[in-house]
Design a protein. Structure first.
Length: 146
């Protein structure tokens, strides 16, 4: 009877240890799920910013195209005029092209920043997974050591 009671006590302790391990794993899985949710939210925000930047770049490019067309029309008129008027039209054309190039560079920089943020978030997630795996091994070793 004492041996049976000792065996039951040992089985109860093992079950309680397993329950603690499972609860710890459940909490870690919840933390990882939260981290993944935050990663997805950050990626979505980055994608939204990149989309907005692309829309702004399109608007600015349209404006620049219109300014370029106007400058070209003015350049055609200036062709009949003086050399000074021709130089002004060329300067306007160059300024419009510079605005368009600058806008595209800004959109590319925003997209690159969003990609870098997403990459960093993935790296953090991977590090968290590695830490979880290590913690699980420690828990299993502790349970096995009993």
């Amino acid at each position: 009877e004492a041996a049976l009671e000792a065996a039951l006590e040992a089985a109860l302790e093992a079950a309680e240890g397993r329950a603690r391990t499972l609860e710890s794993e459940r909490r870690e899985a919840a933390r990882e799920a939260q981290a993944m949710h935050e990663l997805a939210r950050a990626a979505a925000a980055g994608k939204q910013r990149a989309h907005e930047s692309a829309e702004e770049a399109t608007r600015l490019a349209t404006t620049a195209q219109s300014a370029l067309e106007n400058a070209l029309e003015e350049a055609a008129e200036a062709k009949r005029g003086s050399h000074a008027e021709r130089r002004e039209a060329e300067a306007a054309t160059q300024a419009a092209a510079a605005v368009a190039a600058s806008t595209q560079e800004a959109a590319a920089a925003e997209t690159a920043a969003a990609a870098a943020a997403a990459t960093a978030a993935v790296r953090e997630r991977d590090e968290a997974r590695a830490a979880l795996a290590t913690e699980r091994l420690v828990c299993v070793a502790a349970v096995a050591a009993r």
